[in-house]
Design a protein around this ligand. Structure first.
Ligand code: SAM
Length: 294
């Protein structure tokens, strides 16, 4: 066993080895600390302005060819940015590259009625609004009180106060509501974001509980979609019971899987055709995405 593999909690290591066979080592090798990444917040700034300010501050960065607003920084930690005006004024949002993918694939448009079903702390909510040019009608739902307050703060700071933030359990949303698009960035085990050496607990019970809740949320989400509407399901897990199995359940309820086309350079694992499982590496966290239509 390699040094990294030895540090991974047994349940996670064994599940990944069983589910991914020959690809497991590639996943283990990706359980590393990644550089700081951020999104230029188009609601308050522009990629050009952010690039200029980073340059003037002497912070070296790379732009991502697949998304003009995505930046990867060199030689800084997140806390180095906390006092900078770019950060305090909401012109940037610290966000992992993988977590920028669900809003990109949901492709929100002006005037669409969109539900971000499990939304706090709101990074993807503000990205959805930014991608729609500030013109989508977004409802962001979050059940946890402290996380909801954090989301309200983030929405205000990011210039997204027009988002309809609702502190409630998504299961309590009125069944008569109908949305054009739904983002279900589901609560999950977080297995894709694991960094070797961390003492994070992973257990069969955790994965099972997550899988149970994810299926129920999917069922509720599909109920709240207009006919023909799109639900983007994502998790920051690589465990199949939270991903492919959840999608299989949605298909059994009559949803249709719309195939996602990856951009060049996205590190992928083999998985259910039409879905994307991002392999963790030195830039990306492990992540899963599926696009469903009612
Ligand atoms: N999309 C968020 C972002 O990018 O900032 C991250 C969402 S996080 C993966 C999942 C969130 O779902 C957590 O904040 C959790 O409290 C919330 N949650 C879990 N179950 C929920 C439910 N039944 N209704 C509403 N929110 C829920």
């Amino acid at each position: 066993m390699s040094d990294i593999t030895e540090q991974i909690p047994a349940f996670l290591r064994e599940s990944i080895a069983r589910e991914y066979g020959g690809e497991a080592e590639k996943i283990f090798a990706g359980f590393v600390r990644r550089p700081v990444t951020l999104r230029a917040n188009a609601l308050k700034s522009s990629a050009e302005e952010v690039g200029e300010e980073l340059f003037c501050a002497g912070i070296s960065f790379e732009r991502m060819p697949w998304y003009r607003d995505a930046f990867l920084l060199h030689g800084v930690r997140e806390h180095d940015l906390w006092e900078r005006a770019l950060y305090t004024e909401g012109k940037i949002y610290l966000q992992s590259l993988s977590s920028m993918l669900p809003p990109l694939f949901l492709a929100p448009e002006a005037g669409e009625n969109i539900l971000d079903m499990t939304a706090a702390p709101g990074g993807k909510t503000t990205q959805l609004l930014a991608l729609s040019g500030g013109k989508a009608l977004i409802t962001a739902c979050e059940k946890d009180g402290a996380r909801f307050e954090r989301m309200k703060f983030n929405l205000l700071r990011q210039g997204a106060a027009r988002v309809n933030a609702v502190k409630t359990d998504a299961f309590k949303l009125d069944d008569f509501l109908r949305f054009d698009k739904i983002l279900l960035d589901a609560p999950c085990s977080g297995s894709g974001t694991y960094v070797a050496g961390e003492s994070k607990g992973f257990s069969p019970q955790l994965a099972e509980n997550c899988a149970r809740v994810q299926k129920k949320l999917l069922q509720k989400g599909l109920k709240l979609l207009k006919k023909g509407g799109i639900l983007l399901y994502s998790t920051c897990s690589v465990l199949k019971e939270e991903n492919e199995e959840a999608v299989g359940f949605a298909l059994s309820l009559g949803a249709k899987l719309l195939p996602l086309s990856p951009f060049e350079g996205l590190p992928l694992l083999k998985g259910m055709e039409g879905t994307l499982t991002v392999c963790p590496n030195e830039q990306f966290e492990g992540f899963f995405l599926a696009k469903l239509q009612k």
